[in-house]
Ligand binder design. Structure first.
Ligand code: BGC
Length: 454
């Protein structure tokens, strides 16, 4: 163990990991799997320009090309295929959750499995998720259910997906079906995952399906995803009043590159408003908690140019500043005064060189936020397993648990063992909150010793 002190977290704190159906289940047929098949060769052939030029320009990624090129240049890298075979191995994976002392698990229900053709429900698939939820319950693990993590049935995409407001009714019908069939088996929902990232990548920079580049369309889809959330919230509340319904939203830490320059500060404020607050402001009444997905900090010059710090980089070329989570938690709390769950947080680190440090820094950030009165209820690491990283494919490794894709063997990474020990010693007081009320934790004066500098 490191020199961290074992301070208590609030009672009932959720310690868990997150996944998404398309990234781990295997053999999904949806708009994304079709896109992969059509584009794998192109993505492989253009890996250099996509990663070293586009990703740098649009996302601030600064990838070590030499380290990834052999994988990034292979078409197979871009096919999700049998993924991590989680669809069949979920029981084993839940055993791993137990082994890691985790008491919560976030996953998504794949719409294209439940309704592969318009209006036709696949009862076997509903049954699959019923068994899945029961298994979690049996293991004493709190399910946190995402109803849309970017993938949709092919027929829905063909009708224009969320580009058309009238299509929201299809999504509503799907989640109503889930609420009726399975709603008694879970109490936490992150209705939508990161509509902001989806709209940016699919409609502004046009790198994800359906690869459109239109500000007008982006605004339209963003608006329709607001409607989807609001209607979904109302429907779920009506059927399951006790359900805790939130969102998993990508909240970046936007900072001025020149803190003394007023314009630089203004640009950072506007950027934070655009990425973080614009959407949340509009659905804030329809949120029982806010799910924070935090990965990185972005700096803005007075000219509006994105910059990154000198902080060490993960395999994905993201500068790692895990401590900045505290600022994001404070800003979110200050704005909305709603309970917060960190629904995603993690890094691509195949060699497991930085993950323990990342976790330590993150725990310190959470302690600091709690001490300042933030009503933080849980932490879900991204991800449980190495998984399919969307248009970048398989090379980034985000798992607490490594997956050998030939044998599908799972190997718990050393950082995950450290995390499991930490939870046991520090947070063993956390209990399964299933059925209990969301209650404000008593803020404590807590400090953890700093093990590493930034
Ligand atoms: C997404 C995940 C993704 C992770 C790491 C988040 O934006 O919700 O699906 O794998 O970031 O890139």
């Amino acid at each position: 163990m490191s020199g961290m002190k074992h301070r208590a977290f609030p009672e009932g704190f959720l310690w868990g990991a997150s996944t998404a159906a398309h990234q781990v289940e295997g053999n999904n047929t949806n708009q994304w799997s079709e896109w992969e098949k059509a584009n794998a060769k192109y993505l492989a052939a253009n890996a250099y320009s996509r990663l070293m030029i586009d990703a740098k320009k649009y996302l601030g990624w600064d990838v070590d090309w030499e380290a990834v090129k052999s994988r990034a240049e292979r078409p197979e890298n871009y096919i999700s295929g049998d993924a991590a075979d989680h669809y069949r191995r979920y029981k084993d994976d839940f055993m791993i959750l137990k082994q890691l002392n985790l008491n919560a698990f976030r996953f998504s229900i794949e719409w294209s499995r439940i309704e592969p053709e318009e209006g036709k429900w696949d009862e076997d698939e509903i049954e699959h998720y019923r068994r899945y939820l029961h298994e979690l319950k049996q293991q004493g693990i709190e399910p946190i259910v995402t109803l849309w993590h970017w993938t949709v049935p092919v027929w829905f995409a063909e009708r224009g997906g969320f580009e058309r407001q009238e299509n929201v009714r299809y999504f509503e019908r799907f989640i109503t079906k889930i609420a009726d069939e399975l709603g008694d088996d879970f109490s936490y929902v992150t209705l939508l995952n990161e509509p902001n990232v989806y709209v940016y990548a699919s409609y502004l920079i046009g790198q994800w399906p359906p690869e459109k580049r239109s500000a007008l369309m982006a605004i339209k889809v963003y608006h329709n995803l607001q409607i989807a959330h609001k209607r979904g919230y109302a429907m779920l509340k009506q059927r399951h009043p006790a359900m805790k319904i939130g969102i998993a939203f990508a909240l970046g830490d936007m900072q001025p590159a020149q803190p003394r320059n007023m314009l630089s500060r203004l640009v950072a404020t506007v950027a934070a408003y655009m990425q973080n607050w614009w959407y949340l402001n509009r659905i804030s009444k329809e949120l029982d908690f806010i799910g924070v997905n935090y990965y990185m900090t972005t700096y803005f010059t007075w000219r509006g140019v994105m910059q990154y710090s000198q902080a060490p980089k993960s395999d994905a070329g993201w500068h790692m500043e895990p401590k900045d989570l505290e600022r994001v938690l404070l800003a979110t709390w200050k704005r909305y005064r709603k309970p917060i769950i960190i629904t995603e947080n993690g890094l691509a680190d195949g060699g497991d060189v930085h993950r323990q440090w990342w976790l330590e820094q993150t725990i310190e950030a959470m302690q600091a936020a709690l001490a300042k009165g933030v009503d933080l209820r849980g932490y879900l690491h991204w991800s449980l397993l190495d998984n399919f990283e969307w248009s970048f494919g398989w090379w980034p490794k985000f798992g607490l648990v490594a997956v050998d894709r030939k044998t599908m063997k799972r190997v718990v990474r050393p950082s995950a063992k450290w995390f499991a020990d930490f939870i046991k010693q520090t947070a063993a007081k956390s209990t399964n909150t299933n059925g209990t009320e969301l209650r404000a934790p008593a803020p404590k004066q807590q400090q953890l010793s700093r093990r590493h500098g930034k």
